[in-house]
Design a protein around this ligand. Sequence first.
Ligand code: MIG
Length: 636
Amino acid sequence: MIQRFVFGNPIDTEAVVKTIAPSEGAPEGWEIDEAGRQIKRNLNASDIVYGLGETVRGLNKRGWQYISNNTDEPHHTEDRRSLYASQNFLLILGDSTHGIFVDTPGRVTFDIGYTKPDDLVITLDDFDVNLYVVEAGDPAEAVREFRQLIGKSYIPPRWAFGFGQSRWSYMNEAEVRDVVKSYREAGMPIDSVYLDIDYMDSYKDFTVSEERFPDLAGFTKEMRGEGVHLVPIIDAGVKMENGYDVCDEGKAKGYFCKDENGEDFVGAVWPGKVHFPDFLKPEVREWFGSLYGRLLDLGIDGFWNDMNEPALFYSQKRLKEVLGSLQGLDADTMDIDSFFAMAERVGSLFNNKEDYKSFYHTYHGQKIRHDKVHNLYGFNMTRAAGEAFARMAPDKRILLFSRASYIGMHRYGGVWTGDNSSWWSHLLLSMQQQPALNMCGFLFAGSDIGGFNCDVTEDLLIRWLEADLFTPLYRNHSAKGTRRQEAYQFGSQETFRNILNLRYALIPYIYHAFMKAQQEDGMYISPLSFGFPHDARARQVEDQFLIGEALMIAPVYTQNATGRYVYLPERMKLLRMRAVDDYDEEVLEPGDTYVPAALNEVLIFLRQGKSLPLSEPAESTSALDWNASRVIRFDD
Ligand code: MIG
């Protein structure tokens, strides 16, 4: 059962698709303190609190404070409170299951047993909110009810389940061609190569550098002949430049966010000074969305939307102030306190909180300050693209995912989890973010495999590709200046080839389970508690996951480990897989078992009465025979 409670005068975020008549009073079990802008609940010792989508830390969110405030945060360490997304849905699993969706576009603080271990306290900057409260018998039912409220999840094209290679940045056609050739020569399948900001002319959206990609249409076609799709990035900020038609038109038509004086707000990101499209206006979405058509016309059929929190390296106004305040400084006479004060002033230019209060949108006809609707920005950028694809390519699925998000965006695209690092802890984090994202409808999701920042090691990349074997978005991405991270760069070619081929053999299972979750508002990747809600041990497991209805996985996520403990809630058949046609099968009894897993081995557990179909691997999804060439069964 879902109930809606309305407090104050909430902004309609368009996160939900079903209208529910508001109930009177307060939701049962929750205490509302309007003056304190707080929503509270007491937690029982054994309650588990899931949710919040893409955040740091584990599956059970108890014991930390999280802040929904979409942030360009490149350090995903456990002391952080905000990442790129705001997915304000919590699921409390106790004797029964309660869910709550705090539907408000501003800042929300979730104190989940941080200040007091048994108190869940949600604080809103503005207490104008639609609260949706779910009561259900078990977590799967609670998720289903919630997902029916927020609408069906986005479906990517089938090829998007293939392997993708990305790096900031492949500088030109020749480099991209070389990546594809290297994968092909190594006998490793690949379906997509991502183009980062360097494919553009001076980082201008919807332009292509003539020097580096002189014939993108021809090149796209050439790559498609190789079974490879090119996926360009689109950034939120539009470069300020006279004669750049996107900027000129946006200015002329009043499509950009305004400053206090009604002038187009000036910020800076990669292109230098930019204006930010006011994606909250339908006509701006229509305009910006149509611009993706320029790339569709070149044969492009996939995009990733970046920097849409929006990231703000600095605002023009603050830069002037800070530069002014540095004028009188003298290196010879500066004392240490003044040095730190100066460094702090300069550092404060990045993503400055006050800057987000200095520009305005028009939303539902009203002028509104950015910070009041901050968390809706990336959602509406991606919605602009999604709505445009439905107009311009109604019969085709276009790949689309975004960095920033809010619940509701899951109807238009997927997400990737941003700038993680090549750390073992981030391998585990990437897995733990998935179920939380699924709860909020983000089924098509994935992390940068191998890690974005820092230098990867061969074993980390192998374990990450193994752990993410079932992750819908399966993309290796790394930052400029880090160690090269393509699978063919390393010595263990056979291992990489086997893992990637195994992924392709699993794509029919992955796709089927994904589509079932999409159509039935279910989970694709879930915590064990979803399958075994009454098993007290299963509820506590943070590093094993159910994939669809037939499988459990237990990734190895520590360096140098040659196995791990696995908790089996019931009898299962272990598949210790080295390759599609090379694996051990063993039926394991319930309980805790130590399971060896060498670096080239993946642990997959088949549930009783289920079967796992495997296809013959192919070099890309376009060449894949979706019929199973082999079926592994566990018939009790
Ligand atoms: O400020 O486009 O998260 O995936 O490679 C960095 C360059 C901007 C951040 C994205 C990352 C991308 C990078 N971008």
